[in-house]
Write a protein of this length. Structure first.
Lengths: 234, 94
């Protein structure tokens, strides 16, 4: 026990000493060739259109859940503004879209994620307009699909809802980074390099995102149970 | 366990996750990472020229942090408004 603890400390210290070049979440403005930028935009378009139609349908069918939708968007806004230090000695931020994916599914979530990304790209020079397609795909589509699948999968087992929410949000967050590594890897090569750095930086952040999503979910479960039932979440 | 106790523990864990790296990696820069991402790309593809540059770049680190703080403030304002709304409604109905 003691020995393994020492090993963990050693590994952590080693991780800090390695001259790692790490990145945060999004692919920066202009960092993908034009062809790739356009291609990712085209890939995202159907998801976004489906998401928009889905929002209308959802609100029409169950107007009561509008408040939850607002809350999911706002939650993603808060979490993606929090740059948190990680064990690799650099900072990154959670995505915050896991909650929306759990409650509303990946279609609607893609629209919420897109809104956050546009805000950050236009005002904060974080991410970018040319890379909006690629970033939307990783953060607003791929991550939420993973979250949603994990949540729906775990719900069928005996695992408690809180635990399902935790794993759904955390794994969705990690998946976003894996997809970003792939997106950069196919263009520049060195997928393993991108991935090693990404995964390591993001692991504690993914856990933080999982925990924070459970915090909000606990509150919703207590005060908004009927809406959650309408969404077939509980 | 009461709801607030459970959530307090969870939030405590999140804070711990953020503090541990600061203690363990004391020499580190904790730089914002996107800039460094571009460093990796430049290393792998030295000839690459970014096809576009940001339309609007925050004038300084201070202004950038202002915008990030605003983003978090607006978001948490809405989140807590919604929580308050739900609690009020719950009380009325329950």
């Amino acid at each position: 026990m003691k020995r393994s603890l020492t090993n963990v400390y050693f590994l952590m210290a080693l991780a800090c000493l390695l001259p790692l070049q790490t990145h945060a979440m999004h692919i920066g403005e202009g960092m993908l060739p034009a062809g790739w930028s356009i291609a990712w935009g085209v890939v995202c378009a159907p998801f976004i259109i489906y998401g928009f139609l889905n929002i209308q349908k959802r609100i029409h069918a169950t107007p009561k859940v509008k408040i939850l939708l607002a809350m999911c968007g706002a939650f993603a806004f808060v979490l993606s503004a929090l740059k948190i230090p990680s064990v690799t000695g650099s900072c990154s931020h959670p995505t915050g879209v896991g909650l929306a994916a759990i409650l509303f599914g990946p279609g609607i979530t893609s629209v919420l994620g897109l809104i956050v990304l546009v805000f950050q790209a236009l005002l904060l020079a974080h991410g970018g307009i040319t890379t909006l397609g690629a970033n939307t795909f990783s953060m607003a589509i791929a991550g939420p699909i993973v979250s949603w699948l994990v949540f729906r999968g775990l719900k069928k087992t005996n695992v408690s809802t809180a635990v399902s929410v935790f794993f759904a949000a955390a794994l969705g967050d990690l998946a976003t980074y894996v997809v970003t590594s792939i997106q950069l890897g196919v263009v520049y090569g060195g997928f393993g390099k991108f991935l090693a750095v990404f995964a390591l930086t993001q692991v504690p952040l993914a856990i933080a995102e999982g925990l924070l999503t459970v915090v909000i979910f606990n509150i919703l479960e207590k005060y908004s149970k009927s809406e959650l039932k309408e969404l077939a979440v509980v | 366990m009461k709801l607030w106790q459970k959530n307090l523990i969870l939030i405590g864990l999140v804070i711990l996750l953020a503090v541990i790296p600061l203690v363990v990696c004391q020499g580190a820069e904790f730089g914002g990472a996107d800039g460094e991402a571009e460093g990796v790309i430049m290393e792998l593809a030295p000839d690459y020229e970014p096809i576009f540059s940001p339309i609007l770049e925050p004038a300084s680190g201070e202004i950038e942090s202002l915008l990030f703080a605003l983003q978090a403030a607006i978001g948490s304002g809405i989140v807590f408004y919604c929580i308050g709304y739900m609690m009020g409604k719950n009380k009325k109905e329950g």
